[in-house]
Write a protein that binds this ligand. Sequence first.
Ligand SMILES: [Zn+2]
Ligand SMILES: [Zn+2]
Length: 347
Amino acid sequence: MSKFKFGAHISTSGGVSNAVTNSTNISAKSFALFLKSPRRWVSPMFTDDEVNKFKALCKEHNYNSRTEILPHGSYFINLANPDLEKEEKAYGAFLDDLKRCELLDIGLYNFHPGSDLGSDHQEALKRLAKNINTAINETKFVKIVIENMAGHGNLIGSDLEDIKTVIDMVDDKSRVGVCIDTCHTFAAGYDIRDEESYNAFWELYDKTIGFEYLSAIHLNDSKAPLGANKDLHQKIGWGFLGLEPFRLIANSEFLQGIPLVLETPNDNTPQLWEEEIKLLEWLEGKSKDDPAVLERAAELSKLGKTERDQHSAKYAKKVEKGKKKTTKKGSIKDQPTVIDQLNKRKK
Ligand SMILES: [Zn+2]
Ligand SMILES: [Zn+2]
């Protein structure tokens, strides 16, 4: 029996209660779902019949809906939007999601922290925190779980410091949490590929935000290299992360008890998630140099090679272009290099 709650982001097509059966079908111990179409502002509310069915199925299949189900918010919800009208519209969709959670007796809700859209970043963090506070006051129990992001610049949450700043401004800290996405973490520039970097990341996470807030993990390999700021999920072991960080996760006691949810591309075949769940459970208790683990890692890595090569080339081109652009502007010469800055500090 696995000690971990490995699961996947499940389809709700045909009705929200189908998510429960879909996740038992792939032997998931936890699951994620959308509460409404993630690309539409308004969707009809669940019928009483659907709500009752959902709750009954959770009971029948032993899912604790307060701790093992992690709905994912709509992508376009930006609670930090500097345009008041748009901010209010986003808040409406956010609150609607939270109400849906409570109707289904779901205890966790995960969302993307949004973007400052070029406006003052600290003010955007304040708006986000203000909206979280209001939402907590307007609901009863659902925990609002902030996900870390892959991007840079205007996006909120690719820097762990952003999440810390927002949580600091939340009044009821028992109602806010964090979801760490492995792909986003790596794409944002935090290396987690081997034991040393993996441990260093969690140390930094704990120092910056705190383990008490860790509420879920999204399990994704990355199609793009370290620091590429690209949100491109890949199948486990196929990407630039490789199998090792997932073996480390499957041997991290502190991750037992929270949803560990796959969002990997599954080619419309949910059985691929079942295989990935089995793979993750198989990694439990296995050491880094176990010959079977090494063999599996090599097999999976081979399957993803073509895509890794493609994205490496794309990234290299982008870096090259970025350099040329700055050189043309002439700004690269005026900017002090990292080495310059370090030397200055020494003086
Ligand atoms: Zn995610
Ligand atoms: Zn993502």
